[in-house]
Write a new protein. Structure first.
Ligand SMILES: Cc1cc2nc3c(=O)[nH]c(=O)nc-3n(C[C@H](O)[C@H](O)[C@H](O)COP(=O)(O)OP(=O)(O)OC[C@H]3O[C@@H](n4cnc5c(N)ncnc54)[C@H](O)[C@@H]3O)c2cc1C
Length: 498
């Protein structure tokens, strides 16, 4: 078989933000690209389970790969998000020293930031901090104006959709369970098995997140080892939108596995409290439960940081697991590993924990250059960088534009999700997404329906009815997020479910 007969030039395993950013970057060039994802949609792993902060780059040792891709990725976000219609807000961040003991750590972060090229940093006394965030307490604060918040699932989905529009093939529900390499000399080919089908490619990229070490082992690459470290969060109601003007973080300790529990406003107007950091047993790296002791701690911390909080402000919890290279007894963090392995043409990305979201566009360029050693990087002249649509939801648009859009498309005039004011047209667009992903989570992440205060109490039956009546869904076709069915069956045979 000659090289040009192969189904793919490049196969990417994993459709989180890293796999999708790489797919989109490679789609600028003349090559055949496939993405294999075990879940029924993109962005169902760590990429939709994080703080959604675009970090400035003060946290990582100068010269480390994490520092380099963090600062570069941050700088790339404005253009990328404008092209892909992804919400991004440059609200800046205050890292606050509360006690004398925190001061060395704060100065260390500033020195790291200077060495890493973080723009616009300032040390602020209490008065200076209060000009940014009224009422804040602390001895000294490090202000990093380049810190931002973003829609994490919005970015991943947009990267995937734009990659798809530029010719990348996505194979969802395709769990890779075997990788072989055969052929002689330069003609060597990978055979990647997933969901009963074997696909061939010249280059394989392992962007499998929490399972990256297992996928590397399939290709005969040993030495990588991942421990999952869970971060749990509370989500606060949008009633508090505007009460946090910026990101507020504590100074992290030297061996902390994360950046400490903090308050994070989201681009949608909620506030997150978290994340905790707990190593979880090896058997299930994707155990995303929220545990009662951690929730109690987060609630206490939330009330300390925002004393006016009411019990009804805590609307839900979630968690995300860090793919750590450091074992529990060591803690702390290790640098990202992004390299072509001892198996030529097999590139792996190991331990892409924070700031992986921020770094994703810079990581994609780095991986592109590695691919370029095997496949010529010949630019396509029909690459389209922009994604159609608008940033945010229909209800964020100016009234006049909304009126025009309702005249053209009456379903913009019908509200399906009352809490988030999401229209039937937005839900329909989410259902008819180009990747063909049809779980309730797919609709939720694309439209924001189901994300409000009632957590789907009002809109779930309406969305279910739409899928049943307009798309012919049977009870067994409904899935919430992964592959576990939503309904066991009909309560009353022949009933219309109304
Ligand atoms: C609590 C927490 C907070 C964080 N906060 C931030 C932050 O504020 N800012 C920031 O920049 N970063 C943050 N991060 C880090 C960031 O979320 C990750 O670096 C990033 O999402 C990693 O993306 P990924 O594509 O590598 O992984 P994932 O999103 O996990 O994607 C990997 C994909 O591979 C798939 N897969 C696995 N095995 C296989 C297989 N055998 N076959 C096919 N598919 C497979 C999975 O299903 C998954 O979809 C945080 C992380 C956590 C856990």
């Amino acid at each position: 078989m000659s090289k040009t007969d192969l189904e793919y030039d490049v196969l990417i395993i994993g459709a989180g933000v890293i796999g999708c950013a790489i797919a989109r970057e490679l789609s600028r060039y003349k090559m055949k690209i496939g993405v294999l994802e075990k879940e029924p949609d993109v962005s169902l792993g760590t990429s939709s389970r994080n703080s959604a902060v675009v970090h400035s780059g003060i946290n990582y040792a100068p010269g480390s790969l994490r520092a380099v891709v963090n600062v570069k990725g941050n700088a790339m976000m404005d253009v990328l998000c404008a092209d892909l219609k992804v919400p991004l807000k440059r609200i800046g961040k205050l890292t606050v020293a509360l006690t004398e003991e925190d001061l060395p750590g704060l100065h260390k972060q500033k020195a790291q930031g200077e060495a890493n090229g973080v723009p616009g940093m300032e040390l602020l006394d209490n008065e200076g901090m209060r000009r940014i965030q009224p009422g804040i307490e602390g001895l000294l604060g490090l202000w990093t104006p380049s810190s931002a918040i973003i829609s994490c699932w919005g970015l991943t989905i947009a990267l995937a959709e734009n990659a798809l529009a530029n010719g990348v093939h996505f194979h969802l529900n395709c769990e890779v369970d075997g990788i072989e390499r055969d052929g002689d000399g330069n003609e060597k080919t990978f055979r990647v098995r997933g969901a009963g089908t074997t696909r061939e490619a010249r280059v394989v990229i392992n962007a499998a997140g929490l399972h990256c070490d297992e996928v590397s082992a399939m290709a005969g690459v040993t030495g990588a080892k991942i421990w999952a470290c869970r971060g749990e969060y509370y989500v606060l109601d949008k009633r508090l939108d505007g009460s946090l003007k910026t990101l507020i973080y504590p100074v992290p300790g030297p061996n902390d596995p994360g950046l400490g529990i903090h308050l994070t406003p989201t681009v949608d107007g909620n506030i997150l409290i978290g994340p905790s950091a707990t190593y979880i047993p090896e058997e299930n790296r994707e155990d995303y439960r929220a545990t009662s002791p951690v929730m109690v701690d987060l609630r206490r911390e939330g009330l300390r940081l925002l004393p006016g909080l009411a019990a009804s402000d805590f609307i839900r919890s979630f968690s995300g697991n860090r793919p750590k290279q450091t074992p529990p007894e060591k803690g702390g963090n290790a640098d990202f590993v992004i390299e072509e392995t001892a198996v030529p043409g097999f590139i792996h990305l190991i331990g892409i924990e924070s700031p992986g979201l921020t770094s994703s566009p810079a990581i994609a360029e780095r991986v592109r250059d590695m691919v370029g050693r095997h496949i010529p990087l010949e630019k396509r002249d029909d690459f389209v960088a922009e994604r159609p649509g608008f940033v945010g939801t229909f209800s964020d648009l100016p009234e006049e534009r909304r009126m025009d859009m309702i005249l053209d498309e009456p379903e913009y005039g019908e509200i399906i999700c009352r809490c988030e004011r999401i229209t039937k047209k937005e839900v329909r667009d989410a259902i008819e997404n180009p990747l063909g992903a049809r779980t309730l989570a797919s609709v939720k992440y694309r439209s924001r329906a189901l994300m409000g205060r009632c957590q789907g109490g009002f809109c779930t039956p309406r969305i279910v009815r739409m899928l049943r009546d307009e798309y012919g869904y049977k009870p067994e076709d409904f899935f919430v997020r992964g592959r576990a069915p939503m309904f066991a069956g009909l309560v009353r045979e022949g009933g219309n479910g109304r």
